[in-house]
Structure formats: C-alpha cells, structure tokens
Design a protein around this ligand. Structure first.
Ligand code: NAD
Length: 423
C-alpha cells in the first residue's frame, strides 16, 4: 500500500502546478505546522502498565483553529495522521469554514480494552496534548472507533487541566454534553445536497436515476434513506456481510428494519420480506457481494464504507456515470486517473462528505456563543454552504478543465494561500 502522506503531497503538487502556486506558500504547505508524538502510560485492569503511542498533527491554521478527528486503530501511523490532517485542511477550506486541518490517533485496538482502560487511555492522551488544544487552538472530534462518550471524557479531562469550562475544545459530543442537533445525519445530508446540485447540472430526474450505496452504516444508511425520500431509485445496498440488489428498487428503511430484526440486510422477496441469507434465487431481490456492487450498471455509485474500494484492478468494470464519495478515500489515485480518462464524474470526499465537519464547526460555534440551535436551524445553515461549495468546485474544475477533485484542491489551497502571511 502506498504511503498516504506521499499521496497527499502528490495531490498538493498537482494542484500547485495547475494554479501556479507561489513557491514559498508551496514550501509551507509541504509539511504540517506541528506533529506531537506522545506516549500514554495506562494502568490496565490487571495492574500492569501498558504504553500506547499517540499523535496529533496540526497541519495548518491559516483559516482558523486546527480541526480533525481522533482515530483509535491498530494501523495508525505517523504518516497516516499527517496525511489525514492535510486532507482535513483541504476539506475545511473546500466548504469554507473558519477552521484549519488537524488529525489525531492512537495505535491501539480499542476492542481489546475494558471500558475503564479505554477511559484512562483517552484521558491520558489529553494529559499529553492539552497544552496544544482548545477552542481557539485545535478542536478534535471523533473518527474511526471513537465516539461521543470518548469526546465527553476528553472534554472533561481538558477542563480539569485548564481549570475552567471550554466546551468548544472538542466536537462530536453527546447533545447533553454540548453536542449539536443534526450532527448524526449531517454527513449524509451534505452528500444529498451535492447530489441535488449534480442532478441540476446534468439534468438527472430522481425517479429515473438509479443509485447503489456501499456501506449501510451511519453515512450510507442515512444517505440511502434521504435519497429515496428525494425520489431516487435505490437499487443496491450493502454492509460488511454483503449486499442486496433489486433493479426495481430496494426500500432502505425496510432493508434496515430486516437487518435490525435478523442481523442481515433484507429486501422484498417473493411473497414477503426476507433477509440476505434466505433470498430465493428466482426472486426479484438478488444477493450481491460488496465487490460486485461497485460494478453494477447504475447512474450513481455511493461508496460509503471504507477507503481503497475503487482501485486499478476493478476500475475498468465500474459502470456508474457518477461517483459520490461519502467514505474517505474510497478511490485510489491510480483509479482516479482512469476514471478521469473515462469521463466519469467523481464528487470527491473532501466535498461530498464535508457536511459532517461543517456541522462540527456549528457545534463549536454554538459552544463558543453559548447557544443551542434546532435541527431546522442547523440544516438551514448547512444547505447554502454545501450548495456554494459544490458550485465553486464545479466552476473551478470547469475553469481549469480538471476533475472535481482537482478543482476542490485548487479552490481549497487558493483559500488557504490567501490567508498565509509570510513575514
Ligand atoms: P459506520 O461504521 O457507521 O459504517 C460503516 C459501514 O460500512 C457499516 O455498515 C459496515 O457494515 C460497512 N462495511 C464495513 N466493511 C465493509 C466492506 N468490506 N464492504 C462494504 N461495507 C462494509 O461508519 P460511518 O460513520 O458511516 O463512516 C463511513 C465512511 O464515511 C468512512 O469512510 C468515514 O471515514 C466516512 N465519513 C464519516 C463521517 C461521519 O460523520 N460519520 C464524516 C465524514 C466521512
């Protein structure tokens, strides 16, 4: 697997050439402002002390405090955290929120820790980085295998250390703890606003537009339901156990209901509903693997599960006309080049899934102002931001005759570059 930071830097390089970026700014953007590496001693339930390694990368804060999640994963690396913080800088700048790029991580398999060990490790991480974070400095959030409960522990630990309240130090908190209404659906909702704009540009009629969604998790699940509500024809859905396909349409609510009851996605079958495992071969619903789902004849493909799904190995078999990247990094750089050659439009992750960080920014703003907005207020602010971002990226791509991903990088770097002051 290629080095994620090298990939990120090749994207920077490409954007810099397209926009003829000032050389000094380019040099500044070639590395993060700061990366903290910390060791976190944790007293395990057995009494033994185990040391975990954590990172916090602060890429650039020209637009505002560093912003980005904290990931708990056994594969976390220094270069991965740096790359993710660069992409956060691009994402925040793409949607034009007043935040810079940051990312954190701990090398750990959180599933192997007891709740007490998890809490002590989370608090221990904050004890090591608290001097460098705060609502006016660096605002972490959840990422892979971290959640609102962990954010609550982190906020509490931080406030104990600074001796005062600062709820905006961290986002993705539970509502009772200062979280924002609408955060749960924000990422999917932002993606839906992008699809609506794409439909306007390309003259797509929802009822005639077929969609396949890979990954019925938080993002993919809401995306499928919201698109179905808009009238799109969802024909395939999947989760880690596999997927369902019905060319006449799959009802995402029903599919999820069946999954809740039986543990597996489901569909209307002959004479009723049934789960993935019991679908009759001659019924309207077919079982489809996650790999095959990516190759279905659909108008819009929505990868919403994992990174590196569309690769140079399968890209030639992708038949969708449009790809809306709701997962982070679902398309490898080589596959991206091949999609470009084939004229397949990719709405890139830094735009399509930026609704999540935008509502995180709203959470921060509410915390700073001591306000609590309703879900309607949140969505009323989110929609114009996503619509503007989509159109700016579209226009930038059009101006330079480049892809939407390249357009997003160019637009974002333009915005960051304008704010970098060289003294
Ligand atoms: P999640 O854990 O809720 O859902 C992930 C889904 O992917 C699950 O349904 C799981 O069954 C499925 N899955 C796992 N392995 C799979 C496989 N091999 N093939 C197909 N499906 C598989 O996670 P989420 O929060 O929905 O995040 C999904 C993606 O969206 C990630 O790439 C994440 O980084 C990105 N993202 C999430 C947010 C957010 O607000 N949650 C914001 C921006 C980006």
């Amino acid at each position: 697997m290629s080095n994620p930071f090298e990939n990120a830097m090749s994207q920077l390089d490409k954007a810099a050439k397209i926009m003829n970026l000032d050389k000094n700014i380019y040099e500044i953007l070639k590395q993060p402002d700061r990366v903290l590496t910390v060791s976190i001693p944790v007293k395990m339930d057995s009494g033994e002390v185990k040391i975990f390694t954590g990172y916090r990368s602060q890429y650039n804060n020209a637009l505002g405090p560093y912003k980005g999640g904290i990931r708990y994963h056994w594969n976390v690396t220094f270069d991965e955290v740096k790359a993710l913080s660069f992409w956060m800088m691009v994402k925040c700048a793409t949607v034009n929120i007043p935040m810079g790029g940051g990312k954190g991580g701990i090398i750990v398999n959180p599933k192997e820790l007891s709740p007490g060990e998890l809490e002590r490790m989370s608090r221990g991480y904050i004890q090591k980085i608290w001097r460098e974070i705060g609502s006016d400095k660096d605002v972490p959030a959840p990422d892979v295998y971290t959640n609102p409960t962990i954010m609550g522990w982190m906020r509490d630990e931080f406030e104990k250390l600074i001796g005062k309240k600062d709820p905006g130090v961290i986002t993705g908190k539970a509502i009772a703890d200062g979280g924002s209404e609408g955060r749960e659906t924000a990422t999917a909702q932002g993606g839906v606003y992008c699809v609506r704009e794409l439909a306007k540009k390309k003259g797509l009629k929802p009822s005639e537009t077929t969609v396949a969604v890979q990954g019925m998790g938080n993002v993919g699940g809401y995306m499928a339901k919201l698109l179905a509500k808009d009238g799109y024809k969802i024909v395939a859905l999947s989760d880690s156990k596999g997927g369902v396909y019905n060319q006449d349409g799959v009802d995402p609510d029903k599919a999820e209901e069946i999954k809740k009851a039986g543990g597996m996605l489901g569909c209307y079958c002959l004479g009723g509903v049934c789960a993935l495992e019991e679908m009759p071969k001659d019924g309207p619903c077919k079982h489809v693997s996650n790999e095959d789902l990516l190759e279905l004849q659909v108008d819009i493909l929505v990868p919403a599960a994992l990174e590196n799904q569309i690769t140079k190995e399968n890209v030639d078999r992708v038949k969708a006309k449009y790809i809306v990247e709701m997962a982070n990094g679902p398309t490898t750089p080589e596959a991206d080049e091949l999609l470009k050659e084939r004229g397949i439009i990719v709405v890139p992750d830094v735009l399509a899934n930026a609704g999540g960080v935008t509502v995180s920014c709203f959470e921060w703003e509410q915390n700073i102002k001591g306000e609590h907005w309703t879900e309607e207020q949140v969505l009323a602010k989110l929609e114009p931001m996503m619509v503007n971002a989509f159109n700016e990226v579209w226009d930038t791509a059009d101006k330079y005759k480049i892809t939407m991903r390249e357009g997003a990088f160019v637009k974002a770097i333009e915005r960051v570059a304008e704010k970098i002051v060289i003294k």
